[in-house]
Design a protein around this ligand. Structure first.
Ligand SMILES: [Zn+2]
Length: 408
């Protein structure tokens, strides 16, 4: 018992040292392979960190604090689409968004921890009012977790019921006042069929008001809603199922980002259907989940076409939901295996391109002096074996080390 007590004290002291140290200490990381986040590779060098930032890349820097030679070092990943507060409640059922119980709060904090230690140092949460206190607690260093941007309450298209364009504009301003970092809009219902759930006028109002408020607008869109999203000048298309090649080309032309998924959430819904059945937005019974897997080939087909469109900016978004937090990197593996995405492009989609899409390229997404020291290391080379993304052995965010596992 005594030994255990001493170890706990030591763990606490070490933890505290790293937190305090981040303010001023100089840290040197030695690396044999660094993916710089912008498709470049650095060999046999050292990364110098002071406080929260990278200050130099200097092969002669000393002394070395973390020897990450033999691993692949790269910027912490950015996931453009998660639902960090979604979890299963005490009864095992999906609690969905907005749950305010003590249990739900702890679950959300646990989701943040597993996401961070899986190598994701920044995530964009697309819609939950309870994400704000989690985001702020992490930003203030009170809880460990990824840097979070959140949409707070999404605009859920329900035809005329959604509101007039003026009411939709008011909703956007309300989110901004509540501290939203981004505006999320749902302009489609079922992935398989059905018309847009917002009129062009409503969608235009939402994206235009977001722009006026200095916020990006991300639109959950399938089929004809994809083109409407591009033409409305919104920032990013989420999912994009059944977009035509012409839609994808127009997206590339207009600079609209695409955030497709290979199916992590669908797999989660099927794996945990007893937990999702009967909860808001899901079929009432497990039988209702039959056929959900038919969406997977549609998603894969979209991504296979999308990667062939020159200039199309495809970001990384896992759409992590209850049951799969911390498994976000599976999306990389599926993209490479199923859609033939180039592994380097897959990494960049979650590094510099992901940062640019968030409007944060001057802060994160690359291993460059002046940027935040968000640095991870993989046991393996993802360019040769994409499953290396499952083996995150080192995580630093803003100069603070949250995970450092000895090499095997
Ligand atoms: Zn989502």
């Amino acid at each position: 018992m005594l030994m255990f007590g001493i170890m706990r004290v030591w763990a606490f002291v070490l933890c505290l040292t790293s937190f305090v140290g981040a303010q001023s200490q100089r840290t040197v990381i030695a690396a044999s392979t660094v993916l710089d986040g912008k498709a470049g590779v650095l060999r046999n060098t050292r990364i110098v960190i002071e406080g929260s930032k990278i200050v130099a890349i200097d092969p002669k820097a000393a002394p070395v604090d973390y020897d990450l030679r033999g691993l692949t070092v790269l910027p912490g990943w950015i996931d453009a689409h998660v639902h960090i507060t979604w979890s299963f409640g005490k009864d095992g059922k999906n609690i969905g968004m907005g749950a305010t119980t003590q249990d739900a709060a702890y679950q959300a904090a646990a989701n943040a921890w597993v996401t961070l230690t899986a190598g994701f140092t920044t995530v964009q949460d697309l819609g939950s009012p309870t994400t704000v206190p989690l985001r702020d607690a992490i930003a203030e260093g009170r809880l460990p977790g990824p840097r979070i941007l959140t949409a707070i309450e999404a605009i859920i298209g329900r035809g005329a019921e959604t509101g007039t364009p003026d009411e939709i504009r008011a909703h956007v301003r309300k989110q901004k006042d509540a501290g939203a970092d981004v505006i999320k809009i749902l302009a489609s219902g079922s992935p398989r069929q059905g018309p847009m759930t917002l009129s062009h006028e409503q969608l235009n109002a939402a994206c235009d008001e977001a722009k006026k408020q200095g916020l990006r607008s991300l639109v959950h869109a399938y089929r004809d809603a994809v083109r409407a999203t591009i033409l409305a000048g919104c920032t990013q298309v989420e999912h994009g199922l059944s977009a035509t090649d012409d839609d994808l080309k127009l997206m590339a032309e207009r600079g609209t980002y695409l955030d497709p998924q290979t199916g992590l959430p669908i797999k989660a819904y099927l794996e945990f259907k007893s937990r999702y059945a009967g909860t808001p937005f899901f079929p009432p019974t497990e039988e209702g989940f039959a056929g959900m897997e038919t969406i997977l080939p549609i998603a894969h087909e979209l991504l296979r076409r999308a990667v062939k469109i020159p200039g199309l900016k495809i970001v990384f978004g896992s759409d992590a939901v209850a049951g799969v937090h911390g498994r976000n990197a599976e999306e990389f593996i599926e993209r490479v295996r199923i859609a033939g995405v180039d592994p380097m492009a897959a990494m960049v989609s979650a590094n510099s391109l992901g940062a640019t899409a968030l409007g944060m390229a001057d802060q994160i997404g690359a291993i460059t002096p002046g940027l935040q020291a968000d640095i991870i290391a993989l046991d393996g080379d993802p360019l040769k074996d994409i499953t290396a993304v499952r083996r995150v052995v080192f995580v630093m965010k803003g100069g603070v080390v949250y995970k450092s596992v000895a090499r095997r």
